[in-house]
Write a protein that binds this ligand. Structure first.
Ligand SMILES: Cc1cc2nc3c(=O)[nH]c(=O)nc-3n(C[C@H](O)[C@H](O)[C@H](O)COP(=O)(O)O)c2cc1C
Ligand code: SF4
Length: 626
């Protein structure tokens, strides 16, 4: 029996579109054939492929609110993989749950910019309103409230996710209304549409955002040349990856094209998890065709038939419009078989949705996730260009890189090369947030100074800008003439502004918490090191820090730099070291004059013993002894 045959759509009240509590009969149905029937539909959609495990689990959760034991057992038998593997994958991704987690799952974005806009007070308000503690599920199973890493809405925060759907521009009034809607068990589809509006906030356009190319124009220009010539053209344009590392795009395509393999793959990295970065969100909304055209040109150049768009789970709301865009292109013969009449040029794209794991932005972790596994970075070399998806040659590029590649092919390598600086050609999208009256997306030719961006967004009394997110650099006032480009300040796009009212120690503490939360735990130096770093910063914040702790952080950095498996661990100490360089007093004001103090409050832990012995004199306190 299928769900359609049963004549009922089963799911949580919140997702389901009716307000009635589940009847006993319904619960029985859920645990039996309808449940199995729905799982069958999902499994069929994904060809009963264990490689699609993450997508299957995500859909199971969308259907029933969490992944229950019965579902794990059923999937295990039909996919032919052990239960332990399914549970291990599900437990890796923060948006997946193996236990009931509230029909309404509320997650407040915990980036520093959300905090600066009052996020924590709104979280407290909601917890009080719903009589709930953060991280707990209400006794009636109605709601859970927690925090999540940056949701990519820093230009319109504070933001939250409710059952994966983004709500922006939160205010006390809006929180009041949301609390009421939850109490009334109003299905999400009946909440005011305005709550879910995500603005593009394009403040300055340029070569990319201002382009008026007709759909298919860049692809038609590319198909006039053979694959080799397209690679040469991208190389000559000087295009470098926009995802952060700045590797030569043409060179990457060339190595992949020349790598032996039964299949070649194109992957678009739309995981955009670096706090403060939201430019890919806007490109996915406004330049979908250009991005797909870049992917299709890459497929032409390297000889791929399959592409994947890895979309971060926080951007789930874009899924339907992206599917529609792909469908339109298929209908126009811009995707599919014999594209634009080129015999044998077959290429299509699947969308793969992430589930709340920042590390999956790292290209080899992303590929693991695409293969339905935990998103743990691979040993490199070999690199994805030769051993990527299913160990086949794979190009992984950022959303913006594919857009720029399409532009470069259309306008010609020479014209593209003429824009920007010698080693950073073309333009760059900057995501501006924080202390400024005009946050949003700004596009500039590479080489723009930090000061120019600050002037354009109207920032005043700025003391620091965090460039390229927590893993990037913090520049102080003395460095505002520095340029955004690979020769000076490379950036994936984040530009977080802090004025003189901010405590830069707290900014760094937020970033350190982010790294500790997002460490995938695979290697000990990072797993333990990021936790130690977090503890040390919390200890300083609590007034127990000493100079010894600052020296410890520098030692920790040396260990993490030299022995971490991937970039997350290697950059985890950056926020502290950079803010220490510019804002040492912000740390020193919080330090005790002692040379060392334990992170463990020994005197505090003896409080119970003092109570039992009815002693509270000086001699009963450790600090007073000796
Ligand atoms: C921890 C970590 C997270 C990353 N997150 C992203 C991301 O969200 N988006 C992205 O495009 N690249 C990200 N990268 C970089 C990718 O590994 C890879 O270099 C990039 O997708 C290559 O594309 P590009 O050459 O077009 O920049 C991340 C790297 C690391 C180490
Ligand atoms: S450095 Fe951190 S994030 Fe990277 S693999 Fe090791 S534990 Fe995972």
């Amino acid at each position: 029996m299928t769900v359609e045959q049963s004549g009922r759509r089963i799911g949580t009240v919140a997702d389901r579109g009716d307000c009635s509590p589940r009847s006993k009969l319904e619960q029985v149905y859920m645990a039996t054939e309808v449940h199995a029937a729905y799982l069958d539909i999902i499994l069929t959609r994904y060809g009963h492929s264990a490689g699609k495990l993450l997508q299957i689990l995500r859909e199971v959760q969308e259907y029933s609110g969490y992944i229950d034991r019965a579902a794990v057992g059923y999937l295990s038998s039909l996919l032919g993989i052990p239960r332990s593997r399914i549970e291990s994958v599900a437990s890796f991704y923060s948006f997946l749950h193996l236990k009931p987690n509230g029909e309404y799952r509320v997650l407040f974005s915990d980036n520093i910019t959300d905090r600066m806009l009052g996020g924590p007070a709104l979280l407290d308000q909601m917890c009080q309103q719903l009589w709930l503690q953060p991280g707990k599920v209400s006794e009636d199973g109605l709601v859970s409230i927690g925090t999540t890493s940056c949701t990519g809405m820093c230009d319109q925060g504070p933001a939250m996710l409710v059952n994966g759907r983004a709500i922006t521009r939160l205010t006390h009034q809006r929180i009041q209304e949301i609390g009421q809607l939850i109490r009334n068990r109003t299905p999400l589809d009946n909440w005011p549409a305005d709550f879910f509006r995500v603005e593009d906030n394009i403040q300055r356009d340029g070569l990319l955002l201002g382009n008026a190319l007709a759909c298919g124009a860049a692809l038609r220009a590319g198909l006039l040349q053979d694959g080799h010539a397209v690679v040469e053209s991208i190389k000559a344009s000087g295009l470098r990856g926009r995802g952060g590392a700045g590797f030569s795009t043409g060179l990457k395509w060339e190595v992949c094209r020349n790598a032996p393999g039964a299949e070649h793959y194109v992957v678009c990295n739309a995981d955009e998890g670096e706090p403060g970065t939201f430019k890919d969100r806007v490109l996915l909304t406004r330049q979908t065709d250009l991005m797909v055209e870049g992917m299709t040109l890459c497929a032409w150049a390297i000889g791929a038939r399959t592409g994947f768009l890895y979309l971060r789970g926080e951007y789930r709301y874009l899924l339907e419009s992206l599917h529609a865009a792909l469908q339109r292109r298929r209908a126009s013969n811009l995707l599919g078989e014999n594209i634009l009449g080129q015999p044998g040029f077959d290429f299509d794209i699947e969308i793969h949705l992430g589930a709340g794991a920042y590390i999956c932005g790292e290209e080899s972790a992303l590929i693991e996730s695409l293969e339905g596994k935990r998103g743990v970075p691979r040993n490199r070399p070999p690199f994805p260009v030769t051993h990527g998806y299913l160990q086949q040659p794979t190009v992984v590029d950022n959303v913006e890189t594919f857009c720029q590649a399409a532009l470069a092919v259309h306008m010609g390598a020479e014209n593209f090369h003429a824009i920007g600086t010698a080693k950073s050609t073309g333009s760059k999208l900057i995501s501006v947030s924080g202390d400024c009256p005009r946050p949003g997306i700004y596009e500039y030719p590479f080489g723009v100074s930090v000061r120019e961006v600050l002037q354009d967004c109207g920032a005043v009394n700025t003391v620091a800008v965090q460039i390229s997110g927590p893993s990037g650099v913090c520049v102080g006032e003395s460095e505002f003439e520095r340029k955004l480009c690979f020769e000076d300040l490379p950036t994936a796009g984040a530009f977080m502004v802090f004025d003189d009212s901010r405590d830069m120690f707290e900014v760094a503490r937020n970033y350190v918490h982010f790294f500790a939360h997002e460490s995938c735990g695979f290697c000990t130096p990072c797993r333990v090191g990021t936790a130690m770093l977090q503890q040390t910063m919390d200890k300083i914040a609590a007034g127990h820090g000493t100079r010894y702790d600052l020296a410890e952080i520098e030692d920790l950095d040396r260990v993490l730099q030299s022995s971490s498996h991937c970039g997350l661990g290697r950059t985890a100490c950056n926020p502290v070291l950079h803010t220490l360089k510019h804002f040492r007093p912000a740390y020193e004001n919080k330090l005790k004059s002692l040379e060392f103090e334990s992170a463990f409050d020994l005197d505090g832990s003896l409080a119970r013993a003092r109570q039992m012995t009815r002693r509270n004199d000086a001699g009963a306190h450790l600090k007073e002894i000796g």
